[in-house]
Write a protein that binds this ligand. Structure first.
Ligand code: MF3
Ligand code: CO
Length: 266
């Protein structure tokens, strides 16, 4: 059942979502070759706890870390590890924060310079597909309108692989609520979008095949052909006319641009 949020609840979700954005911005300023994804995870966890908040993912269905850090062929739910980041890596970082009874959820993919042109394009198309999905996320449309916009751009226009096994979701008091928000589908289908619905839209787009598998840790989702994947996610609230985007990429992008180890001009 979809839980509509009132104005006060939406402001609390915004607070959590902006904390996620600040956490990602902090990671954007320290990400460079040689750092381990475990060190990034530790910094994120410290940052969240310092804000008197709790990482949503830690212990969620047994997930053992505060963040998911998915490098290269890892699509989502990557375990932070002792492996060092290298030039050319695509690093997708997904963060959830729980504060004042509400979750926020957002993800961003960073390119560690220099990166291949095809990976630059993968990041661009994935981020644009998220924004095109958000453009359709308003009262009068249905979930399928968001899904179609993402799939149409990434798959039909750019011939990239749209992951089917994992989807976006409602969120609020729970990290995952109804409705599911697939990144593929048909216009005019699915649940109606209503004012006060809060959803996370999160396209996971692969350079090659859309097919994925779980690696032996039981969590990390990888592409079957080992080609790279990108993932961007915003928490948004449905309104009349235009969605209210509760998470925010602005500071992440500023820090990305001023970090010479990251590709920020794509
Ligand atoms: N954004 C991801 C999702 O909504 C993060 C969940 S990771 C988990 O599925 F570890 F918490 F499962
Ligand atoms: Co999510």
């Amino acid at each position: 059942m979809v839980q509509l949020k009132n104005a006060a609840e939406i402001e609390l979700i915004r607070e959590s979502a902006l904390l996620v954005s600040q956490t990602l911005a902090e990671l954007a300023s320290i990400l460079k070759p040689g750092i381990t994804t475990l060190a990034l995870n530790q910094r994120a966890e410290e940052f969240i706890l310092d804000q008197k908040a709790v990482p949503s993912f830690k212990n969620y269905k047994g997930y053992p870390f505060a963040t998911c850090i998915s490098v290269n062929d890892a699509v989502v739910h990557g375990f932070p590890t002792n492996k060092e980041i290298r030039e050319g890596d695509l690093v997708s970082i997904d963060v959830g924060v729980y504060k004042n009874g509400f979750h926020g959820d957002s993800a961003y993919t960073f390119g560690v310079a220099p990166i291949a042109d095809e990976h630059k394009l993968l990041m661009q198309v994935t981020r644009t597909s998220l924004l095109l999905g958000i453009d359709k996320a308003h009262v009068g449309n249905r979930v399928g309108d968001i899904s179609f916009a993402i799939q149409d751009f990434a798959e039909l226009k750019h011939h990239l692989g749209v992951v089917r096994e994992l989807v976006g979701h409602g969120l609020g008091r729970q990290l995952h609520e109804d409705p599911q928000v697939p990144n593929f589908g048909k216009k005019g289908t699915g649940p109606k979008l209503k004012e006060g619905m809060v959803i996370a839209i999160e396209p996971m787009i692969n350079l090659g095949t859309k097919d994925v598998f779980y690696d032996e840790d039981g969590w990390t989702v990888r592409t079957k052909d080992s080609k790279f994947s990108a993932h961007y996610e915003h928490t948004i609230c449905i309104k009349k006319g235009k969605a209210d985007v509760l998470s925010n990429f602005d500071q992440i992008m500023l820090n990305e641009k001023s970090n010479s180890h990251l590709v920020g001009d794509y």
